[in-house]
Design a protein around this ligand. Structure first.
Ligand code: GTP
Ligand code: MG
Length: 316
């Protein structure tokens, strides 16, 4: 979403001297970041009323140049989109074939819901040949929680009749120690993507360091800003190298929710805007897992039931 011309916050109705100063002092002065914030987020950060926040966001959005492109160009690019199988037919059907390249797929859900297991599965299936649902490529796996388990990779590889040693050698693990390190790992990724034929980037989990490193309310602004930049970088890699990005995310409980499921993904609106596909994973009956599509531009909303077995993700 490029800007038609440089947008100056000074010119936005609703941003007075005081608000401008506040936004600048906390480093929340990038119009793009404000444009994708929610009124509640901005109101909290800038300590202004929600109505004013909404007015400011709308004014900036109106100045955005969506950047016209003829539809045939987009169709042309879309024809190169490929999918990686999840190992479950139910889940693949729900996703229209699997996890897409040129897109960010986010899985969020409670502990044990299967986010990491799906990451393991994809890091193996991406290596399958194209006629078996893979991309004949390698995986870059950014592990922020130290939960990568090569033993699981071996089990999944065996069940797919792949050579475990070869599969392990095609998964490049990077342990990210904090937010800055995580960002740096993604910034440095282009160097190796082509050389190693990376077709899948996993960030498991995307948000845990951000949550731990930016704790106070005063740090929310810089956290959201950094998260936004990080996601833009991932999307650029997905587009530039026609690869898939799979990220996981925790949930936190929302005390203001009186009805329904009181959990929501960490990261707020910015993640919602940046992830192309949002999947909500939860435990179902008798050890099953349920995947619900929350946000997808071209998929029917629905659910799929799958299982986590010794052999990885499957239908039963
Ligand atoms: P957090 O990272 O804690 O938020 O959870 P997560 O969503 O990443 O959970 P994960 O994907 O690690 O799922 C863990 C669950 O997968 C376990 O509770 C088991 O139910 C299941 N699981 C893991 N390994 C195996 C296995 O070898 N066999 C079977 N049957 N299930 C397994
Ligand atoms: Mg996990």
């Amino acid at each position: 979403m490029p800007f038609k011309k440089e947008i100056r916050l000074e010119d936005i109705p609703g941003i007075g001297d005081k608000t401008l100063e506040k936004l600048k002092s906390i480093g929340y002065a990038d119009p793009m970041v404000i444009a994708v914030s929610s009124p509640t987020e901005l109101a909290n950060i800038a300590e202004i009323g929600e109505a004013t926040a909404a007015k400011i966001i709308n004014a900036i959005r109106e100045k955005l140049d969506i950047g016209y492109e003829t539809a045939d160009k987009i169709l042309e690019r879309r024809t190169t989109v490929s999918k990686i199988t999840t190992g479950s037919k139910n889940l693949d059907n729900l996703l229209g074939g699997g996890i897409e390249t040129q897109a960010i797929t986010e899985a969020y859900g409670q502990y044990g819901s299967g986010k990491t297991q799906l990451a393991f599965q994809l890091s193996v299936t991406v290596q399958l040949p194209k006629d078996k649902g893979g991309l004949d490529g390698a995986c870059l796996f950014i592990d922020t929680e130290n939960t990568f388990r090569p033993e699981r990779i071996v089990q999944i590889a065996r069940s797919l009749k792949l050579e475990p040693e070869k599969v392990l050698r095609n998964i490049y693990i990077a342990r990210a120690f904090n937010t800055e390190h995580q960002i740096l790992l993604v910034e440095k990724a282009p160097d190796m993507i082509e050389e190693k034929k990376i077709k899948l980037i996993v960030v498991d989990s995307l948000t845990s360091h951000f949550r731990a490193d930016f704790i106070g309310r005063g740090e929310l602004a810089s956290r959201q800003q950094k998260l936004n930049r990080h996601l833009h970088q991932l999307q650029r890699l997905a587009d530039a190298f026609n690869l898939a990005v799979y990220i996981t995310n925790q949930v936190m409980s929302d005390p203001s929710m009186l009805f329904g499921d009181p959990t929501r993904p960490v990261g707020g609106n910015i993640l919602g805007h940046m992830a192309t596909y949002r999947l909500y994973l939860r435990r179902g009956k008798e050890g099953t897992r349920i995947c619900k599509i929350i946000d997808a531009p071209d998929l029917v909303e629905g659910e799929a039931v799958f299982r986590i077995t010794e052999n990885g993700i499957s239908d039963n």
